[in-house]
Design a protein around this ligand. Sequence first.
Ligand code: PLP
Length: 484
Amino acid sequence: MRKNAEPVLLKERSVQGRRGYLPPVSDLPSTPGAELIPSFCRRQTPLNLPELSEMEVTRHFIHLAQRSFGVDQGFYPLGSCTMKYNPKLLEELPRLSGFQDLHPLQDESDLQGALAIIDLAEKVFATITGMDAFTLQPAAGAHGELTGLLILKAALKDRGEAHRDLILIPDSAHGTNPASAALAGFQVQKIPSSANGILDPEMLKPFLSPRVAGLMLTNPNTLGLFEENILTITQMIHGIGGQVYYDGANLNAIMGWARPGDMGFDLVHLNLHKTFATPHGGGGPGSGPLGVKVHLAPYLPVPRVVRTEEGFKWDYNAPRSIGKVKGFWGHFAVIIKALAYLLSLGYTGLKQVSTDAVLAANYLQTQLKEDYNLPYDRPCMHEFVLSGLKENPAEIRALDLAKALLDYGVHPPTIYFPLIVSEALMIEPTEAVTLELLDSFVAIMKDLAEKAKTVPETLKEAPYTTPVRRLNETEAARHPVLKW
Ligand SMILES: *Cc1c(COP(=O)(O)O)cnc(C)c1O
């Protein structure tokens, strides 16, 4: 954070006695209320809060909000973790009083509508992924992964195969995959990708052993490439008694066209906060439902929604369940939005989402490869990865290009990931783009390629227009200044 930024610091503006709202004086007798909190629990000294008028506070926060870049401000092609389309209308749904006023501890008989939503959402997710059963408890993608791996572990123990302690993960995988495997108590074995960016069954073979518990795979992988040998790969893993886990964080590449269940996967998680209508970033609630094939269903977290003669009920009777992974019933508001999104699109609409996402990515890839290196030059799925500039006499780096994009009002793509591509620029336009936006992005990227040849020093100093310029990112991560 730049020191001595604008004079907007709350503390400095505070004036004793200034205030915004003046609530009416309580007409309740004060003593009984005070007794509710015993004195040893009460604050002994008054809080040292800034004192400001309502307008000053509003302006302060609006000013701060304008200093960061969000998906509502401009193009945001941040590959892999991209926010897809989050219709504003859907934000209204969880706020309807019928949902808003529910309490998770209410009796099931009061919650029939909510339980019906959970039941239907589980079924719709199962249908689009080709799985048999879902849990909606996990709070994020990584949490879904952990839940899946704990299920895998419990199933292995039941089968007397607890010695299987190895999870195979390709070198292009998202970092949460090895992290989740390690957290669930597995060892991780990295599998190299082939020269064409996907897994090669011949290269996988040497890693197959009786210790293998399973393989975690993203398909399309983080290079945006479809794993063409997927059926052979899932058969190979099953052949040695392993299970196959599908990282479905970005399902907008294939939904309506292909299903992980049909590819032979046994477990899959979805990121509702990427593909299904909930914004992410800033730590807001997400949701990472996990689906499994029937042989793993007994291990799903409890309770499960079941339909009985008297309506929906929570069923805790699951002796082989791994237990609960989240307080209450998961992030219900996110599930409402995802289900509404799915129902409003329907099957053909979902298919169109993937079509548009893949088309937009291929459109950009085709145009950008004129000026940028494209290490895996073949049609991509929802995203693709470039490797720096083709003509680069001044050695402009991916970081320089990312920073320069900020001056054009574009959020940078993901850079330096996946690790197997040097100077990686991972671009995902998503389905929510217009042709004009894509064309203007191409023009900007061409402009940068031109500047790299003619005025490279200007790129090395960018950005010029943002509230903060180049940060010492290591320092910012190690010693964040969270208040001042
Ligand atoms: C985002 C992402 C994850 C992790 O999801 P979180 O909700 O951030 O935990 C895992 N895998 C892939 C491929 C992703 O893009």
